[in-house]
Design a protein around this ligand. Structure first.
Ligand SMILES: Cc1cc2nc3c(=O)[nH]c(=O)nc-3n(C[C@H](O)[C@H](O)[C@H](O)COP(=O)(O)OP(=O)(O)OC[C@H]3O[C@@H](n4cnc5c(N)ncnc54)[C@H](O)[C@@H]3O)c2cc1C
Length: 522
């Protein structure tokens, strides 16, 4: 059997591509996914299905690759979750449904990706969503992903206190956080109608499952792309311990920002020194594969709560967040503060004592208080991913290099102090008890603040950029703006890895937009 398309990875991007490609009955698609498949809402395990009360804190272990990464040279290794299930990370994520700033996409355009300006991508953001709260020029009302905000009357006590504290501190009201001109504090949009995590599995694949031109094979790990000369002809796949070769006219890697560059390198495409060191024959010298690792480093200011303040583990963990522009920065909304009404043991750096995944047993359901997460939305610092084995089952080394520039540190210091001062607002008088981290000593000088940041910044779960798209003049670009891997034929990468830079928002909506936009370009 020779398929028209083989899509590797049924995540935020891959599930959309498979759905849209098979709208044409003449096009055959094989969708390969390493994790399990759950074909309908009823068969989804609770930890995948229910999203109402889960922040990104409560993270499945069964449907998770459970990677580890290095935040900075001073910090302990950190867990780096990624979805290993149909729907990919959209099936385990926090469901924050935020777009980047229009400038983010205009920057991509100015980097030479002329098809990716805000004006060009806006129709695809609209196409993918049904926004239950807003319509008009900037919103979609009939797309597969359903989004809504918690109405002010639904806000729980601590979320309301955060909103009021922000307003008192001068943050403007930002009721529609997906409006292009927005800034300030307001309800976060979530893709979780009725408490259901509305993944690309539910939103998209469910529309396509009956199609005879779509074959979905779950629990199949793709090992490498097969080539004849410079032309991709198929994929080597492991299924229940056996290895198979499957063939297709075009192979699309949508395995996410860790596995897509890993698969390219295992196929001989990447920096030659890394490949040769692992006895992988070099098919194409591509210095950018695995470089340009982007993310949103996040820090938690953590408080215990008063005995009289009841924390309901079933209540929404986060409803309200604030965006602002750091002092001295000309990058609009380059910082985000989000209030979490139920901080768990993992929020404390000391709980990452053991750097081995097996030793990582911090209890995920024990509340230690509440927190404000401080997130740098457009960092200067850049990390990299390095292949350390020619075995697909060995994760690449992930080096995030957080806060490695003074500008990033300056914004991080200000963000921490801003979060601490919000916690001192009278609105929290009946809620917060004691600040657990950082301590007064840890914030007493610029050096001590820097040290705390470098030891505590952790992943915001938004890995991107590791196969970036760009023009030929950009030596580190891996794909062109149509997703085609440069210098090779019949192979594309379409997922979060092709973002040239991270965006000033959580990455799921943008990854879905990338898949929708690419479909039109295909
Ligand atoms: C815990 C967590 C919380 C997050 N919270 C939010 C949030 O609230 N809002 C937001 O906007 N973003 C959030 N994100 C980020 C967002 O979900 C991701 O940016 C987005 O899902 C990435 O999409 P993708 O298609 O690039 O990769 P993924 O969705 O990760 O899909 C990749 C797929 O490829 C499969 N795969 C990998 N390797 C192989 C292989 N060798 N063979 C076969 N299949 C393979 C994986 O199993 C997976 O299904 C979160 C992410 C995580 C992990």
């Amino acid at each position: 059997m020779n398929y028209d398309y083989i899509v590797v990875g049924a995540g935020s991007a891959g599930a959309i591509l498979a759905t849209r490609l098979t709208e044409d009955p003449k096009v055959s698609v094989l969708l390969l996914e390493a994790g399990p498949d759950y074909p309908d809402l009823e068969s989804l395990p609770d930890e995948v299905r229910i999203g109402l009360s889960t922040g990104a804190d409560i993270i499945t272990r069964d449907h998770n690759w459970q990677f580890w990464g290095n935040p900075s040279p001073r910090a302990l290794p950190m867990p780096v979750p990624r979805g290993k299930v149909i729907g990919g990370s959209s099936s385990i994520n926090g469901q924050v449904f935020l777009r980047g700033m229009p400038e983010d996409y205009d920057i991509w355009h100015d980097m030479g990706n002329t098809e990716w300006s805000y004006e060009k991508v806006l129709p695809y953001f609209r196409k993918l969503e049904t926004d239950l709260d807003y319509s008009g020029d900037f919103h979609g009302t009939d797309g597969p992903i359903i989004a809504r905000r918690h109405k002010p009357e639904e806000w729980i006590e601590s979320q309301r206190a955060f909103y009021n504290a922000c307003k008192d501190a001068g943050f403007p009201d930002g009721p529609d956080q997906n409006h292009p001109d927005v800034t300030g504090v307001g309800p976060t949009p979530y893709n979780n109608p009725n408490g259901i995590r509305w993944s690309t599995n539910l939103g998209y694949l469910s529309m396509a499952r009956h199609r005879l031109n779509l074959t979905i094979r779950a629990e199949c790990v793709s090992r490498r792309v097969l080539f004849e000369g410079n032309k991709a002809v198929g994929v080597e796949v492991e299924s229940a311990g056996e290895t198979f070769n499957v063939f297709g006219d075009t192979t699309i890697l949508s395995a996410g920002a860790v596995a897509s560059p890993q698969l390219l390198m295992l196929s001989g495409i990447g920096p030659p020194d890394q490949l040769e060191a692992l006895d992988i024959e070099v098919l194409k010298d591509h210095p950018g594969v695995g470089q340009n690792l982007r993310d949103h480093p996040i820090m938690s200011v953590l408080w215990s709560v008063k005995d009289t303040h009841v924390q309901d583990p079933g209540a929404p963990r986060s409803q309200v967040a604030a965006r602002y522009t750091a002092a001295g920065s000309d990058i609009r909304n380059d910082m985000k503060l989000a209030f979490n009404s139920f901080a768990i043991a993992d929020s404390k750096i000391e709980n990452r004592k053991d750097s081995s995944p097996a030793g990582h047993e911090a209890d995920i359901n024990i509340p230690v208080g509440v927190k404000i997460s401080v997130s740098l939305q457009l960092a200067e610092s850049v990390g990299y991913l390095k292949l350390v084995s020619n075995d697909i089952h060995a994760q690449p080394e992930l080096n995030f290099n957080y806060y490695s520039t003074e500008f990033d540190l300056q914004r991080g210091r200000e963000g921490l102090l801003k979060a601490i001062s919000l916690g001192e607002s009278g609105y929290f008088a009946d809620i917060l008890d004691e600040r657990l981290q950082p301590s007064d000593g840890q914030i007493s000088t610029e050096d001590s603040l820097n040290d705390w940041i470098l030891r505590n910044a952790t992943t915001g779960q938004h890995i991107s950029g590791t196969c970036k798209m760009g023009p030929d003049s950009d030596e580190l670009s891996v794909v062109d703006q149509h997703g085609d891997v440069k210098g090779l034929q019949n192979i594309k990468v379409i997922d979060a890895s092709i973002m040239p830079d991270c965006i000033r928002a959580n990455t799921n909506a943008t990854t879905m937009m990338i898949a929708e936009r690419m479909m039109d370009l295909i």
